[in-house]
Design a protein around this ligand. Sequence first.
Ligand code: CP3
Length: 343
Amino acid sequence: MGEDHVFLRACRREPTEYTPVWLMRQAGRYMEEYRDIRRKVAFLDLCKSPDLAAEVTLLPVRKLGVDAAIIFGDILLPLEGMGFHLEFAEGEGPLIRNPIKEREDIERLRIIEPEEHVSFFLKAIEIVRRELEGRVPLIGFSGAPFTLASYLIEGGHSKDYSKTKGLMLGEPSWWHLLMEKLTEVTIRYLRAQVHRGAHALQLFDSWAGCLSPRDYEDHVLPYSKRLIQETGQQAPLIHFSVGTSGFLHLIKEAGGDVIGIDWRMDLKVAWERLGYDVGIQGNLDPSVLLSSHQMIEAHVQKVLESGGNRPGHIFNLGHGVLPETPVENVIFMVEAVHRLSRR
Ligand code: CP3
């Protein structure tokens, strides 16, 4: 594959014949083939089996006609090598049995060597690259330091992130040490993915929206910025977050060739605010995919109109595909994006 695939051109804000589209969580429980595999294999075991992870990665490419593949895995996979006990309890989401409580827990945290500690993930990238035969580019990814820190401190998902904020504001020197270490791990992790074949990268700062602009700027931005500076030259990087419409300018300042936004803000307004010197990714509400084809088409049209046919728009949902989504609606949506945006 050359560097001229629509998705990669859009990452560079070059004109394309149509708007490229892929979906966060495009391989997942809404697909029967995925559920069949999961009946036999637990989620973590699936992530750790390169052949199976590669197969799952390719499902949506074959079935949906999306313009990019995203390697199957999870943002929490590197945490085990760092010394944390990770579990995915059925229907409960991720759980860390030994979350950070003391400074020693942070001091103990190992800076992983990706080739050693997440070799299965890198192996899956290699397999997918081979099997894709240049059809579409492959996206590698990582959690951003803040979002990873929130899992390590809360031990799982949280409503208010009070423990994370407590440590951030109450123990600044611990916070700094933790964020430094997570930044270092993430840099190594993303570089290793590009080295093994990822064409582009997405950084997930999914929970940054729980912060005030001021705290994001003081306690998170410097780390994300360094990380993006040190990996962004290797491949185009999409910087995604949720609920950060109140400080999009800071997300931009942290960096990224493309800024991924959720659906709570009009894409046109978001792009005006960001400025046209970055690309934008988004932002259909995932729930729209639970409605009728007619409704889906109308919403796709609105998002495309907000993008204004400007080079640098990558169509996506504002967050991941919901498990109850009918797969035929996703196929219809991808087709509608291509049809309605063709220039
Ligand atoms: O997008 C893709 O298709 C690639 C694979 C991928 C998964 N998770 C698969 C997954 C990616 C890129 C992620 C990222 C991820 N993981 C994020 C950032 C994106 C976001 O949603 O904001 C976060 C916060 C996680 C942590 C995580 N992993 C949670 C909160 C959960 C449980 C939530 C749920 O939907 O059950 C997971 C599990 C997970 N990751 C599943 C999948 C397909 C479901 C596991 C299953 O099969 O039961």
